[in-house]
Design a protein around this ligand. Sequence first.
Ligand SMILES: [Zn+2]
Length: 505
Amino acid sequence: MIVSKSATFCSLTKPRLSVLLFFALFALISQINGTHIIADTIPEDDPNIVIHVVQRGENLFRIAQRYGLTVSELAALNAITNPSSIMVGQRLIVAEGNQSAVTAPPSAVHIVRPGENLRGIADFYGVSVDELMVLNDITDPNRIAVGQEIRVRREDEAPRPAPAIVSDAPLDLPESQITATHTIQRGETLFGIATAYGVPMSAIQAANGITSASRIFAGQQIVIPGAEAQISVNGGDLPAWINEIALNPLVLTEGKTGRLIIDTQSPATITGEFLGREINFIAVSGGLSHVAFLPVPIFTEADVYPLRIVLNGAGVEESIITLNIRVNAGNYGSQRLSLPEDQMHLLSTGVEENEMNILRNVASRLTLDRYWEGAMSLPAAAAMNSSFGARRSYNGSAFDRFHSGADFAGAPGTPILASAGGRVVLADTLNIRGSTVMIDHGWGVYTVYCHMSERLVNIGDTVRVGQIVGLVGNTGRATGAHLHWELWVNGVPVDPMQWVRERFP
Ligand SMILES: [Zn+2]
């Protein structure tokens, strides 16, 4: 499915050290549950002091970003030793004395979080939806995306006194939060990750105790601080009985798998749709938590796509939520391959499609039990010599095919190992993949082992992780002995190495 792009992304704007008197005004008129905050130790009438009253859903990072401070500067101003200990209603000094000028506006860019809409963002910043649309070249207000940067006023314009909604509306909304973690992939840099999430690199470093941006490693799990806890501020659309929506990562990538976890206050049934496919939600914790995998097919164009979620539960109204999800290109590169004359017939589109359909039909079934735990194991004691996703040209054809798995260069006869526990659902000799075994791991996750010289399991067998399921060979469309290993999620082949490096869910 291709949706036309109607939103633009402006470049990351670094928050400047700056403070505005209007925020003092806002802070002083803030109310919590209808009760005025009475000054205790902080003198309200000192014009050199600017105070912010913590709203539900805010954290120190967002407050610091808003006033152009770092978390440590804000913590130091308020003698806070534990940044996660701030409370709703707490009064924070965000500027004092001659610390900063009052002329420069704070960050004029807002980063969209799951559950936010343009109306809520406009209200929050005291501008109209029309103004935001003009400022950001937005033609359809319903098509803003999670992670998108929205310019909330012109660079040269001072912010307007913000509206009453800042002081009370957020407090009527449910206490929900969005959390994001990111597992670092090989080849990623901290700068690239920060750009993808639209948060400052220094904030990611501070939140994860990373002292040097070069000291990160593939597989490392980090938290993305700017992604936290914004849903309650502008999330007017979020039903009260949803406790949390966690999308990991916030920006998806072609060929990779995202996870979505929704927690509800009462047992729910959830269905959804993304990229033209139904999403399978697995209910755990007695129907209070729901896990879904979001596989992004290769050739999905970098763009913004709607993720539609329908929630039903006893005694509550049906809730329909749309999150606009950004998908980035996978940048998997390209390969030119040559096949010998006697394999040329295997390049026919019909042969390839038939075989994809055989695998897709099996991999689209949903087993509600889960047979794996954490990350997948490597399928052979052999080096990977060709990764997933590369565009492929065979014998000079167009680059209209892609590598649907990862290749391991094992000598003929090398044992092939089950990546996780499961049940054998296919053991057959196929035209292209040759002698093939497919294992169902549950929850819509399957692994496929191809080009085997020998199969050592049969359909219906239960296998455990590390069990030998066959031997490396070169049956089918292969240019030499190797293991071609695939991983399918809900009927879509995705990068299997992501499932080795990261723990799912
Ligand atoms: Zn391969």
